[in-house]
Design a protein around this ligand. Structure first.
Ligand code: FES
Length: 187
């Protein structure tokens, strides 16, 4: 199992912070998402096995939180807040621009697998809108030019790392890895 094989020490550290394994569900789900890019049924099954929980317990928790991805996402997940305070500061127009720049609708991933565009509810940076998280890292007081620049830089960085065979610069894990336990086991 990839999670226990590749992250045994990290799992032990996580478990040491909780009175029992089941209490460690959220950090282990996050670890699993880092490992696989998203939480497929096979991954949820693996997490349930690691924590000795029922699959339904794991599935219900994973389904509750929007930061757990239940379908494949791009290497970079761009989450723009369009909640009311941000909307008053131009978030809707900013989202429109993002769609145009990326050539996708909200919820979609660019054909090259690099960017998934999402809108989210308040991320507690209302006074610095438009605000966007890129793989959970905050970028605030954005404008369209800065957005374009960020996208171009990320795309360039991804192309460089792909060409060099080196891992991407971004430490926030690439999200395109759609491996599952099953496919890993088969390889
Ligand atoms: S409404 Fe967007 S950060 Fe609060």
């Amino acid at each position: 199992m990839g999670l226990t094989e590749n992250h045994r020490a990290e799992l032990e550290t996580i478990f040491s912070h909780y009175p029992d394994r089941r209490s460690a569900l959220l950090p282990v789900l996050y670890l699993a998402q880092r490992e696989y890019g998203w939480l497929s049924d096979d991954v949820l099954r693996e997490v349930a096995g690691v924590l000795e929980l029922e699959l339904t317990e794991v599935t219900s928790v994973a389904g509750f939180y929007t930061l757990f991805y239940k379908e494949p996402v791009g290497k970079y997940v761009l989450e723009i807040c369009n909640d009311l305070p941000c909307a008053l500061r131009g978030a809707e127009k900013f989202v429109e621009h993002a769609c145009k720049k990326l050539g996708v609708q909200v919820g979609e991933t660019t054909p090259d697998g690099l960017f998934t565009l999402k809108t989210v509810m308040c991320v507690a940076a209302c006074d610095r809108a438009p605000v966007m998280q890129v793989n959970l890292e905050y970028h605030e007081n954005l404008d369209e030019a800065r957005f374009d620049q960020m996208v171009d830089e990320l795309r360039h960085s991804a192309q460089l790392s792909a060409g060099s065979g080196q891992p991407a610069i971004d430490e926030q894990k690439p999200q395109t890895d759609t491996r599952s336990l099953t496919s890993e086991a088969e390889s």
